[in-house]
Design a protein around this ligand. Sequence first.
Ligand SMILES: *Cc1c(COP(=O)(O)O)cnc(C)c1O
Length: 457
Amino acid sequence: MNIKTKRFLLPENEIPEQWYNVQADMVNKPLPILHPGTRKPLTPEDLYPIFNEACSQQELNQTDSWIPIPEEVRDMYKYYRPTPLVRAYELEKALDTPAHIYFKNESVSPVGSHKLNSAIAQAYFCKQEGITNITTETGAGQWGAAMSYAAKAFGLELAVYMVKVSYQQKPYRRSIMQTFGAQVTASPSMSTRAGKDILTADPNCSGSLGCAISEAIELAQATPHCKYVLGSVLSHVSLHQTVIGLEAEKQMAMAGEYPDEVIACFGGGSNFSGITFPFMRHKIDGSHKETRFIAAEPASCPKMTRGKFEYDFGDESGYTPLLPMYTLGHNFQPANIHAGGLRYHGAGTIVSQLLKDKMMEAVDIPQLETFKAATLFARTEGIIPAPESSHAIAATIREALKCKEEGKSKVILFNLSGHGLIDMTAYDMYLAGDLINYSIPDETIEKYLKEVEPLNK
Ligand SMILES: *Cc1c(COP(=O)(O)O)cnc(C)c1O
């Protein structure tokens, strides 16, 4: 009898002992991050006032390919790692595709997304350095939820600025954070100068990640023994997420396959980096030159497909250093799509360099296509995906249907970055026909990018 294996499970002792730092192996390193005042390349010490020291060093480390994962962090990873790798037979059948589709299921973490992989690490390093309070921002609430749990686990006090539109759309994510003991404020708020400035200019502002970041950094700088933590975009966050791809690499070997394409949704790039960088190292060393890496971003926030490679701020008020990245401009205001975690104006510096060097590709996907893909995935594989992850599913379906057209089989691996059980309002609206696609005219994109030009003079 031919019993097909659907789930590929690694034993607990196969949790990676090191994170993979792709920066060390890249042929063209990311351009330096610049101090906004002096325009000099940033040193780790420049980051110490905002971030913990370990993460500041990881951020700028371009020499060590492997960075040890502290034992305490690995112990907490064991609560939910290794996560399963699953062959999506039922989805393949529904699409009638010759492609082999696999997904790495990061939705099984206690908070329902990949975000915990970095939250645990960042909370650990803060604790090690005697920090007592941390601040952060959250879009859809996934990062806030992960950080709230991780902060509590390491005995840290956490204040979260939650983008106002998500605060209203996703009240249960707020309750989750509060249940873990975090203090949650809707952003923009009147509690910071950055928030006040934005609300004064536009009292109805529904918020953005860029604005929430400004508020969180401001509070961290005004509070003793307090640091700021970020859940995406930065290189140390991507580093922590590489446990996803390192496990997936071993699991694909168990399945006797190697991916032709690796796909992930893209907000600031952490889950994309996490699943792709370990495979990218084999493209860099020439052993798997042909592997394609595809980032799936929303058509309403298309920084990689329609943005420009420029120096820009990571936040709306210009508190962060200048980052060399694909950006839509730090004042870009994305539409209120339900994939809140993808509403960010820029891409991380590593991924931006990789895209520039054509080591990877990006596609943008309209909102309705993502929900159609999500619904098919739910009905075939039994998991309701996060609206963010649905972008990866939609991109995977496009590729699988191409295989069918061309009569070619391919191995496609995508990252299921989270489940959507707290996003049912969005599904309700989709099922009722109340969701729409947003398209952005070129003039709008040009307008916001114009505001970035002076930074690059
Ligand atoms: C936050 C989030 C994302 C987007 O963030 P990245 O850093 O681009 O990975 C994607 N999926 C889920 C489920 C998220 O919570």
